[in-house]
Design a protein around this ligand. Structure first.
Ligand SMILES: Cc1cc2nc3c(=O)[nH]c(=O)nc-3n(C[C@H](O)[C@H](O)[C@H](O)COP(=O)(O)OP(=O)(O)OC[C@H]3O[C@@H](n4cnc5c(N)ncnc54)[C@H](O)[C@@H]3O)c2cc1C
Length: 489
């Protein structure tokens, strides 16, 4: 699309994933003249959303999972001052500034999220997005229910882009937002952007909605915030490479309050040999995980896989070079449908002995043989059942293995290398329930809104299957509210 210098819009949305598209459509439906800036080409648009299977933590289209509020409550911050939490019973405006700006999950935000989820689903459906059930990578039942977007995030991107275009939203592809512009009063009044075709320009507007993802695609920010292990983490799919943290950075630079766990990220175990989208390796509960030194370092089967894989995967990231090796013996082939647990397009390395596997994959084979012998001795008699938590645990082993502990003694042996991917980062901006970005004193920054991964709501462990939903709920709300800020002539 050809650009003119200093074009003016009511609302400029940065990013066109689920959060950006929901925001753009809602703002246009509120009567605003809307532009969407997207750094990728049209064909690659949609960031993480484009690649997600879009599982949603709801038991039906009308209700979130029963554990929805609890799982957020138990991952809402660290050692938060009790009086800060007590003050959240007050209306937002009456809370002390330090409480409004503090980095912990505002219970109002999570209640709003849960309450609005069904209506966001209905709204997307009314725009043509289809929902249904979803398959599962595990053999045991899920810890909590899911619905999903039929056709995944790509379907949402296609449907919502088409609708946005139809109602007059203007898209600017290969255009990267760099800097927020403020009036003398401090209100947001535009953006400085770089277009691949035309260099730097400014776009004037009444409101900006930052919906441009986290910082998983920015190696410098990942190490700065997540620490040295960040150098081993890579986005789980190509879309994550587009999310380079500018939205978070440009808002922090003008005084926005940070929220969300800047030191954490959503971890998924993937095969580093694969370039496929989300090449998961989830078979390790039926074997063991070794590090490069040939040692176990974690309980491979502490509970239901969907509730435990993040902790296990983060432990992998802590190992030397951020890598581990999933070792299985040939009994795995007796488990019906076990390959459902593996989404990598690469076959396992297979050999009649562990030393050969170690040479092929680069771990200490002698130590690995010792570790396997110790593990085999710690396995006890019992009934192995891969389709339930069978409680077949090791005895006297450190660390224990809590389920599926059967000896690895039936060659050939099979091994997958496993690293932690960085599906998305948790650190972001603090917002209120109108998705207005708050400043360091907890006050709304006039004209500045945020949604999706750019907002920080997660601490500690990721409440699985809530990030697409967060993009839809908060994106829609940001669009509705920003659409009211109509300032252009
Ligand atoms: C493979 C995979 C599987 C997943 N599975 C699930 C799941 O089952 N359930 C779930 O809830 N979540 C899942 N997630 C996470 C979820 O998909 C994302 O967190 C969510 O879609 C993010 O939406 P978003 O709109 O905030 O960001 P994104 O979808 O990443 O969109 C951000 C957009 O902003 C653009 N952008 C970035 N910076 C700029 C800039 N400076 N200027 C202009 N444009 C910019 C990007 O190019 C991108 O198009 C998965 C993610 C992946 C990758």
């Amino acid at each position: 699309m050809a650009h003119e210098e200093n074009q003016r819009f009511d609302v400029v949305v940065v990013g066109c994933g689920v959060a950006g598209l929901s925001a753009a459509v809602a703002a246009a439906e509120a009567g605003a003249k809307v532009a969407v800036l997207e750094r990728s080409t049209y064909d690659e648009r949609g960031g993480n959303t484009r690649y997600t299977t879009a599982a949603i933590r709801m038991k039906s289209e009308e209700a979130v999972s029963d554990d929805f509020l609890d799982v957020f409550a138990s991952n809402s911050g660290y050692h938060v001052q009790p009086d800060f939490i007590a003050a959240t019973v007050l209306d937002h405006a009456n809370r002390p500034p330090q409480v409004r700006a503090a980095s912990f999950t505002d219970p109002d935000l999570i209640s709003f999220f849960a309450d609005e989820a069904p209506s966001a689903i209905a709204w997307l459906k009314a725009h043509g997005v289809k929902f249904g059930g979803i398959g599962f990578y595990g053999l045991t039942p899920r810890a909590s229910p899911r619905i999903a977007i039929s056709g995944g995030g790509l379907h949402l991107i296609e449907v919502m882009t088409a609708h946005a275009e139809k109602i007059g939203v203007q898209f600017f592809y290969e255009t990267t937002a760099q800097r927020l512009l403020q009036s003398a009063k401090g209100d947001i009044c535009g953006l400085s952007v770089t277009a691949r075709a035309g260099g730097r320009r400014t776009i004037d507007c009444g409101a900006v909605i930052l919906a441009c993802g986290g910082f998983q695609g920015n190696a410098e920010m990942v190490v700065r915030y997540i620490g040295a292990k960040g150098r081993y983490l890579r986005p789980v799919a190509l879309g994550g490479y587009y999310d380079k943290g500018e939205g978070i950075d440009m808002a922090l630079r003008i005084g926005a309050a940070p929220a969300g766990d800047f030191a954490e990220y959503h971890a998924e175990p993937i095969d580093p040999r694969s370039g496929a989208t989300e090449p998961l390796v989830m078979a390790y509960p039926y074997g063991i995980l070794l590090n490069q030194q040939g040692r176990r370092f974690t309980d491979e089967a502490p509970g239901p896989i969907d509730a435990s894989y993040e902790t296990t995967t983060r432990a992998i990231a802590e190992q030397k070079q951020g890598i581990a090796f999933c070792i299985l013996d040939d009994k795995i082939n007796a488990i019906e449908n076990w390959r459902r647990c593996v989404r990598t397009d690469q076959p396992p390395e297979t050999a009649s002995d562990v030393q050969t596997l170690a040479r092929k994959l680069g771990f200490d084979g002698t130590a690995a043989e010792q570790t396997i012998a110790e593990y085999n001795r710690a396995c006890r008699a019992g009934t192995f059942n891969p389709f339930a938590l069978d409680g077949l645990a090791t005895e006297g082993l450190t660390p224990d293995k809590s389920n599926y502990a059967v000896p690895l003694d039936n060659p050939p042996f099979h091994a997958y290398p496993v690293i932690s991917s960085n599906t998305f980062t948790f650190g972001g901006l603090k917002v209120n329930t109108d998705c207005q970005v708050l400043n360091a004193d907890g006050d709304a920054m006039p004209g500045l809104f945020a949604a999706g991964e750019t907002v920080g709501i997660y601490y500690g462990k990721y409440p699985g299957a809530t990030s697409v939903l967060r993009g839809a709920v908060f994106g829609r709300r940001a669009g509705e509210r920003a659409g009211l800020v109509k300032k252009s002539g």
